[in-house]
Design a protein around this ligand. Structure first.
Ligand code: DX5
Length: 233
């Protein structure tokens, strides 16, 4: 298959969205405050149920407890089986966007419609093995497509560069369809990989480990990722 023609992403602003997975869970209020001060555009909560992925993380009450500390938008990355059963609680907790995995629901179109009925923006997430075509018939419902560049469940994994043609293909689908939709990548994003992901067509970059391991601190890490991604424009 020929590589898809690159599509312009320049009309979509570069956004840096930290994952709080590497944060100190005993101080999450302080941690989200530090992220907001570091200049992030939104905060991603990696919601894991121990079934869809082999890890267990944040319930809605944890997110609700952090909501009053900052004003930056929250998004919930629902790495859960049967997301329809839980999604209302994450909207009530203060998440303005819910990311539903295409692999986690038998009726993706209906699940995304339910997110919108709850008053949140809807996004669809794709695991590495799931082809771009999986979103072809739901882009009209989506404000965001998330292309996973690791197999979900844990932070600190290596970036899967073979996802770049899929990123470009989905960016082309968004542009050709005239959809008002961001393209997010998540997994192994850091100074060495962010430019390639942005060049492929991503405009929202999720990073966890790369932010927290920067010896110069969160603000430097956020600014560096933004600069490297923007330089590809
Ligand atoms: C995987 C998680 C991670 C996390 C970011 O399920 O979704 O991708 O957000 O992890 P890093 O940036 O450490 O790869």
């Amino acid at each position: 298959m020929d590589s898809p023609r690159p599509a312009p992403a320049a009309d979509r602003p570069i956004e840096i969205a930290p994952s709080v997975l590497p944060a100190d869970f005993s101080r999450l209020g302080d941690e989200v405050t530090a992220l907001a001060k570091a200049g992030v555009d939104r905060i991603q909560w990696d919601v894991m149920d121990g079934r869809f992925v082999p890890n267990l993380t944040f319930g809605p009450d944890v997110i609700a407890a952090c909501r009053p500390h900052v004003t930056v938008p929250f998004e919930a990355h629902l790495m859960v089986e049967e997301p329809d059963q839980l999604m209302d609680r994450y909207v009530d907790a203060g998440c303005e966007l819910l990311l539903v995995h295409a692999e986690s629901t038998r009726h993706l179109h209906r699940s995304l419609g339910k997110v919108r009925e709850l008053g949140a923006r809807a996004g669809v997430a794709l695991n590495p093995a799931t082809p771009a075509e999986a979103v072809a018939n739901v882009l009209d419902l989506c404000s965001m497509v998330l292309v996973m560049t690791v197999n979900p469940g844990f932070g600190g994994q290596d970036y899967i560069a073979t996802m770049e043609p899929k990123i470009t293909q989905i960016r082309r689908m968004i542009v050709d369809g005239g959809h008002d939709c961001d393209l997010e990548v998540d997994g192994g994003i850091g100074p060495a990989t962010v430019a390639a992901a942005a060049r492929a067509g991503a405009n929202v970059l999720v990073a966890g480990s790369a932010l927290y391991r920067d010896p110069q601190g969160l603000e430097h890490a956020v600014a560096e990722l933004r600069e490297l991604a923007t330089a590809t424009r």
